[in-house]
Ligand binder design. Structure first.
Ligand code: FE
Ligand code: FE
Ligand code: ZN
Length: 266
């Protein structure tokens, strides 16, 4: 993973802690971890943003699904202690007709069980598009989760540009206004990482279909504003755009670095 990231000019990346559809994680290899950390150091990587499998649902109506998500998250966080100081991002969950209030309550219960004082990985709630019964479709819902968790020093937020756009926030036309609202409702100090994705759909569509940077409804000017925004400077920014291979992300990284340096659009 680290070698691939270096080869495309990245200084952060996301990775799944196990097969994204769930299942068992492989044994950790101490030599491999040491080589991985050495490569990150050598190439000045910032924090990485591990992603939990999509199958975890802390607020399922099925107790066995909730139990699995809690156990698997604890296990993932124990494994991430081998890479201290990075992030673990997850989708808060889908309440499947139990209602958002019950969803928030179950997610808080789950996090209160999963988070361990002293753990060295900050857990990031992802902003969601509001597809189906997803919890985390508004800054208010994320704030309610954070409020309900005991060790909230271990909690942050990962803002996905496609998801917030699809949820209705105008990151294309009013980035500063969206960040003001984030700050008022959650607090900008909670914002620890971004997922940079354009969206195939109009604002407020609640669809969650990612598009390549500059080729969707959010548009290139918005991403220029994101990478130039002083309030977002220094945060890890991860691409989750649909590509056929590494070359596509290499191109987007170069494009975004160019925009950050003042090239291209106004
Ligand atoms: Fe995600
Ligand atoms: Fe995302
Ligand atoms: Zn998405």
């Amino acid at each position: 993973m680290a070698d691939d990231a270096v080869s495309i000019g990245a200084t952060t990346f996301a990775f799944f802690t196990r097969n994204p559809r769930g299942g068992n994680a492989r044994e950790l290899d101490a030599d491999d971890i040491a080589a991985f950390l050495a490569t990150l150091r050598e190439h000045d990587f910032g924090p990485l943003v591990a992603h939990a499998p999509y199958t975890y649902n802390l607020c399922s109506a099925k107790p066995e699904t909730v139990g699995f998500a809690r156990r698997a998250m604890r296990e993932d966080l124990a494994r991430l202690e081998a890479l201290p100081g990075n992030y673990y991002n997850f989708h808060p969950g889908s309440h499947v007709k139990q209602g958002a209030d019950e969803g928030v309550r179950l997610i808080c219960d789950g996090l209160n069980e999963v988070l361990e004082p002293g753990q060295r990985t900050c857990v990031l709630l992802e902003t969601m598009a509001g597809k189906g019964t997803e919890v985390g479709r508004s800054f208010e819902e994320l704030a309610r989760i954070i409020d309900g968790v005991g060790h909230d020093e271990l909690l942050g937020v990962c803002l996905d540009t496609c998801h917030v756009w699809d949820a209705g926030y105008d990151v294309a036309g009013a980035l500063d206004g969206v960040l003001d609202e984030f700050d008022r409702v959650i607090g900008l100090d909670r914002l620890r990482a971004l997922h940079l994705n354009d969206s195939k759909n109009p604002r407020g569509s609640h669809k969650d279909r990612h598009e390549r940077i500059g080729q969707g409804q959010i548009g290139l000017d918005a991403f220029a504003a994101v990478v130039r925004c002083p309030r977002l400077a220094g945060l890890p920014m991860v691409l989750e755009t649909p590509q056929d291979g590494l070359d596509g992300w290499a191109h987007e990284i170069a494009l975004l670095r160019g925009l950050a340096a003042g090239e291209g659009t106004a």
